[in-house]
Design a protein around this ligand. Structure first.
Ligand code: PMT
Length: 411
């Protein structure tokens, strides 16, 4: 099957939280809100104290048709839509204008006013439209803050260039309201669904190999990389089955989750469903070996025994068995390496018969096990590419784009 794209789009019913921080461009945000409500978006506005020096809450209330929130833990506001409710309600948060001060506070994760608290408390996508003097924008502190936010998957919209209110000329103007409307519409347009009609199975998390009823051998996999891939693949239209070892993560929307404990269970579960799959991604950190026997009762510590020898036997290699099937799906493995990454990854690519392998440097900080970020070196039979350090969600999308290209080449 070839991967296809489908596009539709509308703001009707979308739930957008507009955050206004202090800056002369705040007056333009009233126009932005008006244009969004015209397009039938539901808009709620949150203002910082300094924003109110530039535009009144009453103006924003008039154009949004909803009360404007500006105070954290205000009893009257909390009796209406409380701040946590507002954080859950929003599908997209747009901070426009985003002053240098607000960007710094967002990058630092502060929660000392309503807007910054909402940004921390909400699972919604955050977008910022920077607006400030060109010198402040160019300052390394502001650039660092923007880089931190972008690395956390915040969308940075603008700034534009040109004459500024202070008389300077340069970068730092907030994008015009209609430019922001275009970006918001684009965000809500269901994007290309390159995996529509594709069945994709993933493994994620660790396995546990029991020693006795209370002990097991396992590893530090949190499941974050595999769950990010599952969420991104579902978002791109795939019918996703996620075979997960024991982790504490919530199942991503639209994903079917099958829970397992041991490598043997993961192997059996994958094999039971693999025939229907077009793509298989093995992201789980599967134990290579398991104890040969599992004690029925808790193994006791005894006074006469200082050493204990546990005999281990090799587990089935799940990804290699999938890749050896006569009608194998497009098969992608991972390689967790502490050294000689390219050499070991290429060896696994060939030895396990994979179409692609994504290798991560598990010895580096912010990479691999249990971190929110990762970087991948991806190899296939006649090529390779580097996906630089990014949060696991962003990296998942990049890897899936790469898989799309190679899957299409194969079809
Ligand atoms: O879960 P996180 O905390 O987010 O961490 C992510 C991760 C570091 C676990 C992930 O990015 C990763 O590298 N997963 C693969 C870990 C691993 O087991 O690598 P490996 O090099 O030992 O195995 C190579 C490949 O064979 C992997 O695709 C693995 O899933 C697969 N394998 C290994 C053994 C086995 N018995 N069966 C398998 O299918």
């Amino acid at each position: 099957m070839s991967l296809t794209e489908s596009f539709t789009g509308s703001l009707a019913g979308s739930r957008i939280l507009i955050g206004i921080s202090g800056g002369i461009a705040a007056y333009k945000t009233a126009e932005l809100v008006r244009r969004l409500t015209e397009r039938q978006a539901q808009v709620r506005v949150v203002m910082t104290d300094s924003a109110k020096a530039f535009i009144t809450p009453l103006t924003l209330q008039a154009v949004s048709g909803a009360p404007v929130s500006d105070t954290l833990l205000d009893p009257a506001a909390e009796a209406g839509m409380g701040h946590i409710e507002l954080a859950k309600w929003a599908q997209l948060i747009v901070v426009a204008p985003a002053s240098a001060n607000t960007l710094a506070r967002l990058a630092s994760g502060l929660a000392d006013d309503l807007l910054s608290t909402l940004c921390l408390a909400s699972p919604a996508q955050l977008a910022v439209a920077p607006a400030m003097n060109q010198q402040m924008y160019a300052h390394p502190a502001t650039q660092d803050n923007l880089a931190v936010l972008a690395q956390r998957n915040t969308l940075v919209w603008g700034p534009g260039q040109g004459a500024q209110a202070c008389g300077d000329i340069g970068s730092g103007r907030m994008l015009e309201p209609m430019e922001l409307v275009g970006l918001i519409e684009d965000y809500f347009t269901p994007h290309a669904q390159p995996f529509a009609g594709i069945k994709l199975m993933l493994t994620a998390g660790p396995t546990r190999e029991a020693l006795d009823p209370v002990r097991f051998i396992s590893n530090h996999s949190s499941g974050k990389m595999g769950f990010s891939l599952a969420a991104a693949a579902a978002h791109l239209g795939a019918e996703v089955t996620l075979v997960s070892g024991p982790v504490t993560l919530a199942t991503p929307a639209g994903v079917t989750r099958l829970e397992v404990e041991s490598a043997a269970q993961m192997h059996a579960t994958v094999m039971a469903h693999i025939a229907e799959q077009q793509i298989f991604i093995a992201c789980a950190a599967v134990a290579d070996y398991a104890p040969k026997t599992v004690a029925k009762q808790k193994i006791k510590k005894t006074a006469d025994r200082d050493n204990m020898v546990i005999e281990l036997v090799k587990n089935p290699d799940i990804v290699a068995d999938v890749a050896a099937l006569p009608n194998k799906p497009f098969t992608v493995g991972f390689a967790a390496e502490t050294h000689d990454l390219a050499q070991y990854a290429r060896d696994k690519l060939t030895r396990k018969g994979l179409d692609m392998i994504a290798a991560n440097h598990i010895g580096l900080a912010d990479h691999g096990f249990n971190s929110d970020t990762n970087a991948l070196s991806v190899f296939w039979s006649n090529g390779q590419t580097e996906l630089g350090l990014a949060n696991k969600s962003a990296l998942a999308r990049q890897l899936l784009t790469l898989i799309t290209e190679h899957y299409n080449d194969r079809s």
